[in-house]
Design a protein around this ligand. Sequence first.
Ligand code: PRP
Length: 206
Amino acid sequence: MLTIAMPKGRIFAEALELLRKAGYTLPAEFAESRKLMIEVPEENMRFILAKPMDVVTYVEHGVADLGIAGKDVMMEEERDVYELLDLKISKCHLAVAGLPNGRMPQIAPRVATKYPNIASSYFREQGEQVEIIRLNGSIELAPLIGLADRIVDIVSTGRTLKENGLVEFEKIADVTSRLIVNPVSYRMKDEEVDVLVRRLSEVIPQ
Ligand code: PRP
């Protein structure tokens, strides 16, 4: 039996579609259900649904053998998991954004983000000293309300930036979802994992 941690939210639907394309029969109500643990005995699989950042934690602790996690989450914290595949789904990018005429103050500009490590290393590399303000969501609000001069966040369609009158200044990195595995599971369940990797590899979008 393989336990797979799946991220709730926007990645979930695309990940589900990819698994179905790879030939896995997953119950129709899978997407609508509020259940957080779903067993699929026919496929010898069990899925757990977690917040994207927590998916990696479940895999790292070995309570999930595998997980689907965005590259953004993998970049933010060094974790004891292996990345097996770039699934090339949920494409987006990490960017620096702000108000169109919002200049960066000379002294301690403030950057709001839910990626404090990515943001600090990015600005350090740019030679800029910034104050990081950690938020958990709705990051685009921060410049509007005067909490921050810049944000570092995910841009997918660009709609959230646009509808809030913000613009993108710099791209930090491209992001796609990755298949990750717990190192012990990878050793102990190598055959099952290899089958999943092979089946998924065949249907990864180009
Ligand atoms: C993400 C991200 C942006 C938005 C970008 O937020 O933080 O706010 O999506 O998508 P777009 O470019 O297609 O508009 P999410 O919906 O994950 O919610 P959050 O506010 O909890 O971060």
